[in-house]
Design a protein. Structure first.
Length: 132
């Protein structure tokens, strides 16, 4: 049965799950990137604003989660790559900016060990970064 997690006009959704069925969903709801956590029983927590995401430059946020329940949301603004981690039992941590110039998120993979690898492209090439 479908379950509404947020209301209004939203774009570019992404979701990540771990073996216990806990997970994280993320999407763009102009003018912010949003995320919600999913419990193993299938219930979703309230949507949280991650930070600004200008619609004209958006490719949508990406999400990852590891076996311990640590999660990561990544998104791009006009000139920054930003990420915001969820640390299990400690909650959302501050947004961390990484300045790489305008880019487009293409893929985020998070392993059960907590290692996350992202790949994206911009006008000067293809880039990768490891998180967590």
């Amino acid at each position: 049965t479908p379950l509404e997690v947020d209301t209004g006009v939203c774009f570019y959704a992404d979701v990540a799950l771990k073996e216990s069925k806990e997970g994280i969903g993320t999407w763009m709801k102009p003018p912010v990137a949003r995320a919600a956590l999913r419990a193993s029983d299938g219930t979703w927590g309230p949507p949280e604003d991650m930070g600004p995401i200008p619609e004209q430059f958006a490719t949508g946020p990406s999400a990852g989660i590891d076996a311990q329940g640590n999660a990561l949301v990544l998104w791009i603004t006009e000139d920054e790559l930003l990420f915001r981690p969820w640390i299990a039992h400690r909650g959302w941590q501050p947004v961390v900016p990484l300045v790489f110039g305008l880019g487009f998120i293409r893929r985020l993979v998070t392993l059960s060990t907590g290692d996350s690898l992202m790949i994206w492209m911009n006008a000067t090439g293809v880039w990768t970064a490891r998180f967590m």
